[in-house]
Write a protein that binds this ligand. Sequence first.
Ligand SMILES: Cc1cc2nc3c(=O)[nH]c(=O)nc-3n(C[C@H](O)[C@H](O)[C@H](O)COP(=O)(O)O)c2cc1C
Length: 365
Amino acid sequence: MSGPLHTQLCEKLGIEYPIVAFTHCKDVAVAVINAGGFAVMGEALHTPDQIAADIKWIRERVNGKPFGIDLVLPSSVPEEKTLDQLLAMIPPGHREYEQMIKQKYNVPDPKTAPDIYHWGGLDQKRAMDQMEVIFDERVPVFASGLGSPAFLLKRAHELGMQVWGLVGKPRQAKRQIEAGTDVIIAQGYDAAGHTGNIGTFSIVPQVVDAARGTGVAVIAAGGVVTGRHLAAALALGADGVWTGSLWLTSRESDVNLPLKERLLECETDDAIISDCISGYTMRTTRSPWHDSWLAPEAPEVLKPPLQMMLSANYIQGSLDYQRKDLMTEAAGQGIHYITEMKPARQILSDIVEEALDVFDRFAAD
Ligand SMILES: Cc1cc2nc3c(=O)[nH]c(=O)nc-3n(C[C@H](O)[C@H](O)[C@H](O)COP(=O)(O)O)c2cc1C
């Protein structure tokens, strides 16, 4: 295998295309892996048992091909707290403000316990219990979406696993490269979810420079949704791309239909940065929850993990009752180009073809 898309990342993983899908949906992960890409399942919202079941399910469908699991490892949250202890830490004034939002926008109570109650970001114990499953299962790639994975490296490497770290700052990348992280995901401001303030075009080459000569592969993330983005990322020196928003509206994705419709309608400026969902800066689609926290009378946003516990009922209620007018989801600035519900295999092949066209055009000039 050769050609402009065959990078060091393809070699490291034995994959055809240097395209990584970050997804919460097993069907998307399997479709991308079997179409020649790589998939990393976001499992931070799942219990250890659910994670073990997902790993088994994926393994049964990918014929030995590798895949990854992503968790969050924030160090700034409590070591160990029960759900009730965490819920009791939310100040009454913030609960009153939540009630005001609920009444103003007629937000329904959730039918089900919010997924966020299992989030590994709530305390360090939850994250480490999740991590034990990844070690037990020797998942080929562990990716840390939040927090440095340096303290896990020795054990992971002894088990034959790769460790990837997602960073938003060049200095985080340097520290992780020195610690021995195998792959760095350089994630720019354009990205969906928790993100820093350095743009993709600025962070990627800096991380590539930091990794030069170390054998560490660099993957570009944040706003990558087309083949032109893939070609540009490779031109910046990256070994591949890490994509999130792109798969939310794929045919296989289990995102609920009204939310898919909302995402397909969104423009770049609907994907805004706010700390109102989790207490960390996070790019999500604008909703009445966001507007309420932008109001001058809004209380100060709570520190992690409490703001996430506060937004949980709003988010779960909007999903359980399919209230498109209330829904919000993590989405990146590339959302403008996500306009159709396509099968994951087609999304992947469209990107590959467009990137190859770009390289052909340059070669012909
Ligand atoms: C719905 C959604 C949820 C996300 N949750 C996580 C997460 O739990 N852990 C993580 O490392 N990244 C998470 N991300 C960020 C992705 O890993 C990725 O960095 C980001 O989507 C890249 O930007 P893009 O959406 O513009 O491709 C999430 C992204 C989306 C779209």
